[in-house]
Design a protein around this ligand. Sequence first.
Ligand code: COA
Length: 325
Amino acid sequence: MSTRQARILGVGDYRPRRVVPNSEIVEAIDSSDEWIQQRSGIRTRGFAGDDETVVSMSVAAAQDALKVAGVDGTEVDCVIVATVSHLLQTPAAATLIAAELGTKGAAFDISAACAGFCHGVALASDLIRGGSANHVLVIGVEKLSDITSPTDRGTAFIFADGAGAALVGPSDVSGISPVVWGSDGEQSDLIRQDVDWATAVSSGETAMPHLVMEGSAVFRWASFAMAKTAQEALDRAGITADELDVFVPHQANNRITDTMIRAMKLPERVRVARDIVDQGNTSAASVPLALARMIREGEARSGDKALLIAFGAGLAYAAQVVTVP
Ligand code: COA
């Protein structure tokens, strides 16, 4: 049996230049800054400009991760991009990003919505442990402002843009625990694109298809089922909540995070990601964005045990414990 293990070597991020406060969102959805903050924790979010594309934001985040890791792009032999907002059916965003980074080898996208980054980390870990790759770049990126209706009361204040990346590489000791993951297609109506592209075109629709969500049902599912999944991930890693240093849940909504913390009985000393407050919910990008920030601000330190968990449309979810690089 192979003894080769995998760990995260570096994390990077890219945040859109334009910071949009609640006051810019509220009129179109008959809401208020107070309501949005109280229901979600969000104060501002980043909306990407025309020149901040899925590809350009990913390249910037990946270059940041490579720099931190001290690894050149030419040493990367697989690029995995998790996104639902690369609006070109083919080729995959990963191939364009790989070309700009000068990486060699495989490049492909995965579609697991908000859970995509954690799926990518699981794939990267097993590709490296199995000997199929040496350095895998995992990127979570979204430009959700392209597929969110500014007049939809249930989503317009939540979704946002950005990119985060992690370089995963070989290691003597395990730095990524086995993933706990799954999906529940029977509830896939809860978060989805409102109509498929063909229907939109044939009906003469001029507006882009956009995301719709049944907020209350998503809230209940995420808060309770995901606390159980998070506990399972700790069990698979062979640690208890007392041994955890950092909790990086998908930045879906601060109230979901609070409910999960209570359900898991997380000790108060565990540092919790709250990137959503000024970044919004960036779907596949939210976990690496939040982790990058915690590392930068000294809240997550090298060697810390961090529990990552992400969940969303599908309903797809994935969780694992990683060692902070
Ligand atoms: N601004 C102001 N009021 C709003 C509103 C908005 N954007 N959206 C709904 N409301 C009002 C409704 O009109 C209703 O008012 P009423 O009680 O006078 O009839 C009230 O708020 C409750 O509406 P409801 O649709 O039940 O909202 P909610 O309490 O479920 O809150 C969310 C909506 C989206 C904040 C909440 O469901 C939620 O957090 N869901 C999880 C979403 C999430 O995190 N998704 C990401 C997963 S990847």
